[in-house]
Design a protein around this ligand. Structure first.
Ligand code: DAH
Length: 365
């Protein structure tokens, strides 16, 4: 025990200390505007290093006779703090509820602050719709066709000989013998001509103009080829059509796609289901023969021509295989790759960019 006698006895100092603390905590509790702030004030008072601990330290100096009285004072103080804390906590909760009830309600019709931007069609879809629209304007009707197809409709009825390289396991995706993923949209020719043959039997005239677009599959994989890509197919059947009409349609198409005056040329080529057959070239739209840009043109490689399609007059065997009489009907057909048109238009160097769906790429369209 310390030798210095306290100026005032310990019990009185405890009493005074508690009174002072009492005034202070009532004020600081009342000033707390939130539950965490209130709890912080409570900790300042009752915590290990809190103000009350300092007062309690005086208990050591209280003579034994005064100890019960000192303990009663401290306990009464603690009860009061607790009561006050609960009252303030309840008041805070009621104030928060009242504020919520009287606040302006949320307006759910307000526009959002986060802009998500607007989506747009994928470039392959956009080009596909554009090509379809041109042929629809020229009088062709669009028709669907399945991606899983019989060998018969994909190859045999189109007069592919059984040993044609395209029919090989290496070149096509076979699902089981005689069923495969179509390698081109020309299967729609077979389906539509067979349906036409039925209508002709029922007395209708042999007339048809169809356009069809969709996915096709080949075992092909390099910068400009992908195992899945899209084609658009067009064909027309009537009693007497010639290659002149074919070229007329392709010319009108090229002008719509690339602008007035775009030249078209047909280069002899071979496809089993047409005779004669040709590749369709359009005048290169990336260079000009008059300003010296042609020789350096990387797109047409200085030739002035871009190959965009295959075409020809429907082979008599195709008519025969689909139930039409090659002596009574004629027709022409053409087919082109949609990705190729998109790549030419936008200068896309690698076909895979069109299928990876990287938003940094797609945002450029
Ligand atoms: N089916 C051919 C291919 O995928 C493209 C084609 C060439 C379609 C000539 C035709 C055509 O309709 O007449 O390579």
């Amino acid at each position: 025990m310390s030798g210095d006698a306290p100026a005032i006895d310990a019990l009185s100092r405890i009493e005074q200390g508690l009174t002072a603390l009492g005034d202070r905590f009532r004020q600081s509790f009342a000033a707390a505007t939130s539950e965490p702030a209130l709890r912080a004030e409570q900790a300042k008072l009752l915590g290990k290093k809190g103000d009350l601990t300092a007062v309690l330290a005086l208990l050591r100096d209280v003579p034994a006779a005064d100890k019960p009285r000192a303990g009663a004072l401290v306990n009464a103080f603690k009860t009061e703090v607790e009561k006050e804390f609960d009252a303030c906590l309840r008041a805070l909760g009621e104030a928060a509820l009242q504020a919520e009830l009287t606040a302006r309600p949320f307006d759910l019709t307000l526009p959002g602050r986060l802009s998500l931007g607007r989506g747009h069609p994928h470039p392959v879809l956009a080009v596909r719709e554009e090509l379809l629209a041109i042929f629809r304007d020229l009088g062709f009707q669009s028709a669907p066709g399945p991606e899983i197809e019989l060998e018969e409709n994909n190859f045999t009825k189109l007069a592919f000989p059984p040993d044609h390289p395209a029919t090989d396991m290496q070149d096509s995706f076979w699902l089981r013998p005689s069923v495969l993923l179509r390698t081109h949209t020309s299967n729609v020719q077979v389906r539509e001509m067979m349906a036409l043959a039925e209508r002709v039997k029922a007395g209708e005239s042999p007339r048809l103009a169809i356009v069809s677009a969709g996915a096709v599959y080949r075992r092909d994989d390099d910068l400009t080829h992908s195992p899945m890509f899209h084609q658009i197919e067009g064909f027309l059947v009537d009693e007497r059509v010639s290659m002149a009409e074919l070229k007329g349609v392709l010319g009108a198409f090229a002008e719509r796609l690339y602008g007035p005056g775009t030249p078209v040329r047909l280069r002899p080529s071979y496809f089993p289901f047409v005779e004669p057959g040709a590749e369709v070239d359009v005048g290169c739209v990336f260079c000009n023969p008059n300003d010296g840009s042609r020789a350096a043109c990387r797109v047409c490689k200085g030739t002035g021509w871009l190959e965009i399609a295959g075409c020809g007059m429907v082979h008599p065997d195709v008519f025969r295989h689909t139930g039409l009489d090659p002596d009574k009907v004629t027709g022409f057909a053409f087919g082109m790759g949609i990705e190729r048109i998109a790549m030419l238009r936008y200068g896309i160097p690698n076909i895979r960019l069109l299928f990876e769906n990287d938003p940094r790429f797609l945002a450029q369209f």
